[in-house]
Ligand binder design. Sequence first.
Ligand SMILES: Cc1ncc(COP(=O)(O)O)c(C=O)c1O
Length: 371
Amino acid sequence: MNPVELARPEIRALQPYSSARMEPGVGSIWLNANESPWPPLPVDASWNRYPDPQPAPLLEALAGLYGVGREQVLAGRGSDEGIDLLVRAFCAAGRDAILISPPTFGMYALCARVQGAGIVEAPLRRDFSLEVEAVLAAVTPAVRLVFVCAPNNPTGAGVPRAAILRLADALAGSALLVVDEAYAEFSDPQPAGGSVAECLARHPNLVVLRTLSKAWGLAGVRVGALLADARLVALLRKLMPPYPLPTPCVEAALRVLSWQGGQATRDRIGIVRAERTRLAVALAQCGCVREVLPSQANFLCVRFRDAAAVAGALLGAGVVVRDVRRHPMLGDALRISIGTPGENDRVLEVLQAPQPATRSVEPAPCGGAHA
Ligand SMILES: Cc1ncc(COP(=O)(O)O)c(C=O)c1O
């Protein structure tokens, strides 16, 4: 099946904008893009030129990193851009819908609302695991995209590969399965394999979102990758602005990806995973903690006897955590990112104090969707 057939007809027929940088031509005098002929002083770089929309060295680095072909990679401004492109390409306003399993990452629903698409919900189980059969039962003819966040934000729960592949099989021909692997690097090694990106060839309706914002420490650089069937990648490129990736960001990403062959990043992932275990064990022993949810990500979702008071005590000590009480089934929870060992010690000091909390914090409004 060609996954592109599920996209909006007007998007399939769209004649994409052809930027000056995309037009063929080899020359040494560039007078085709109304750029300045001088690099901006004092920067000795080619920043006076529009960037390549999809720079080959970046695509190659991302394809190598995620074990896919270069033509299966769409590089964008974080995985946020991938979510937005998918919703715009596949969901016609007032007609089509996405399916999500709350509590989950807020950008899926936000993009759908902005697009005027419907939102079908198949909530997670009480233990925050994904109920595959409930997802399939909830799919309506309007659903074009099914989002699965693995590991899930804000709970941290992993999703078994068998569940993802069952969904991909069952949705073939009717919807895309979008697996958001923003936190995959922090997961325990799986006996059945790592990223489901290696299943793209057998499942043309599968899309995998990856990002350099988390494990690779590049949140400020805004580079993410959408991995999919090459025909789908070509379709989504039509919707991107002409020059989505700033040159300094591409350069920064390439520098970091090649930094000691990625070993430095792997070492840091190891520290995060060890600290996650240490923090989870220590938090579970704090009197103010009700439950620490098992996490495969670089954060812990923690239920407290009085979450507002704990958030206030942490804030009083200068520690900012994420209030996730607005999410269904998490009315008593805060999400705590794993910091450096010293930062994690600070969290424990506050929570192990005999009298935490006097100042209480109100839950953030639902609009605060990101991260
Ligand atoms: C599950 C998930 N997906 C995607 C993103 C977006 O990340 P970025 O756009 O920085 O790649 C985030 C950010 O927190 C996230 O938690």
